[in-house]
Design a protein around this ligand. Structure first.
Ligand code: ADP
Ligand code: MG
Length: 398
């Protein structure tokens, strides 16, 4: 019997469109002999839909079509089964699912929020659990974990928007202890949204003013000079890990912008801001393998595995590095728990086809799930019985 895989994508995130592209690519590459693929699309308004039409990229040009022809559903646990049930007056089970495969990017979905829901209803799912997802999305938590594990990161500081609003001088003083130029980032966004570089205090103030529009926590870090950016993917879980080929990301700008990452040079946005190139992360200009010496490459591989384990990731992650080519030093920039295109293009040069990678991810998920349910999660207790028996709810009232 085929395993029923519910591929969940979209969601209320600035990377909504990129997620659609990543998910459609993956659904096309999943082994149709082994898996029954059920697309589950979350709109920007947080409505869940399913239906075969959601596997076709053209569908997303017209949201009205989706509302009319796809099934509006909820995913939940019912009589020992995970089901997609239609909403409205006549509720019925539209599909049953064995395993969820989130292919989502960004806040509200990749950051543990969706994973929390999946864990709450108890469905096995591919990729990092809640804890790893949270840390993987938050540029401050991530740095704190890496730092405490002795992994190389750039010097940084962070603050809340209220700290800045109440006493901006104190915040500027704190940041000025870093060496300019610095880069200012909202803690939990992705795709270079709200990120600016600053070469002096004046630019710093402008940058902070913009960054606090996006997040209440801001991280400021020193810029790496003589920069070469490389990325690597890690596959596995806390027990076993393997590493992909290393890519070098080429960029004309100070840093990769949203357009560069996902749209590619000269590509236009289609109707409704949708990306026409449909290539996802493939459209960023890259060199595989990266042109770095073997010592740096082996540092990158080692730090990537250490970072993956430090946050307890699972499935496929992409770990991004900033290299100072003069100092020959690699710094971990960030970990992406659900990378664009699931980083398949970093695995193909190692001989692992995308179909096989997806297979591996599903197998890891099944192993993780078995491990998780084998741990003790509850113990018999008569606390509630005693509570209800003696005082009932009255005990709670003043
Ligand atoms: N400390 C740094 N030094 C130099 N460049 C940086 C630094 N941090 C980020 N960048 C540049 O900014 C880009 C986006 O920053 P990143 O932290 O990766 O945010 P995002 O989550 O948006 O990808 C990076 O790809 C890199 O080009
Ligand atoms: Mg990045």
């Amino acid at each position: 019997m085929k395993i029923k895989v519910g591929v969940i994508f979209g969601g209320e995130s600035v990377e909504h469109e990129v997620s659609i592209i990543s998910a459609i690519q993956a659904m096309n590459k999943m082994d149709q002999e082994k898996y029954e693929i059920i697309p589950i699309y979350i709109t920007k308004n947080r409505e869940w839909y399913t239906g075969e039409m959601l596997r076709d990229i053209e569908t997303y040009q017209d949201m009205d079509l989706i509302k009319k022809y796809a099934k509006n559903v909820v995913l939940y646990f019912k009589k020992g089964r995970f089901v997609l049930q239609s909403k409205g007056l006549f509720k019925r089970v539209v599909k049953e699912i064995d395993l969820a495969f989130p292919i989502v990017h960004g806040t509200n979905v990749e950051d543990g929020v969706l994973q929390g829901y999946l864990q709450t209803i108890g469905i096995p799912f591919v990729g990092s659990d809640v804890y790893a997802s949270v840390v993987g999305q938050d540029k401050i938590y991530m740095k704190q974990v890496f730092e405490s594990e002795g992994l190389p990161i750039t010097n940084y500081t962070w603050f809340y928007d209220v700290d800045y609003k109440e006493d901006s001088d104190r915040v500027i003083d704190k940041v000025s202890k870093l060496k300019f130029p610095v880069i200012i980032k909202p803690a939990t966004l992705g795709s270079s949204v709200g990120i600016h570089t600053a070469h002096n205090e004046e630019e710093l103030i402008d940058a902070i003013d913009d960054a606090i529009r996006y997040d209440n926590r801001i991280v400021v870090e020193e810029m790496v000079a003589n920069l070469t950016e490389v990325n690597i993917s890690v596959l596995g879980n806390y027990e076993h890990q393997s590493t992909s080929e290393i890519e070098q990301v080429l960029s004309a700008q100070d840093f990769l912008t949203y357009e560069e990452k996902y749209i590619g040079k000269g590509k236009m946005k289609g109707k409704g801001g949708f990306v026409k190139s449909s290539k996802g992360m493939l459209s960023a200009s890259r060199k595989i393998p990266a042109e770095i010496d073997e010592k740096l490459a082996s540092d990158v591989r080692k730090y990537a595995v250490d970072a993956f384990r430090a946050i307890g990731s699972s499935g496929v992650c992409r770990i991004d590095f900033l290299i100072d080519q003069k100092k020959k030093k690699a710094y971990i920039n960030e970990i992406n728990s659900i990378p664009g295109s699931l980083a398949f293009y970093l695995w193909e040069p190692t001989g692992k086809k995308y179909t096989e990678l997806l297979d591996d991810m599903i197998n890891v998920a099944i192993k993780d799930y078995k491990k998780r349910i084998s741990k003790v999660h509850s113990f018999d207790s008569n606390i509630l019985a005693g509570f209800a028996g003696s005082k009932g709810l009255k005990g709670l009232k003043k």
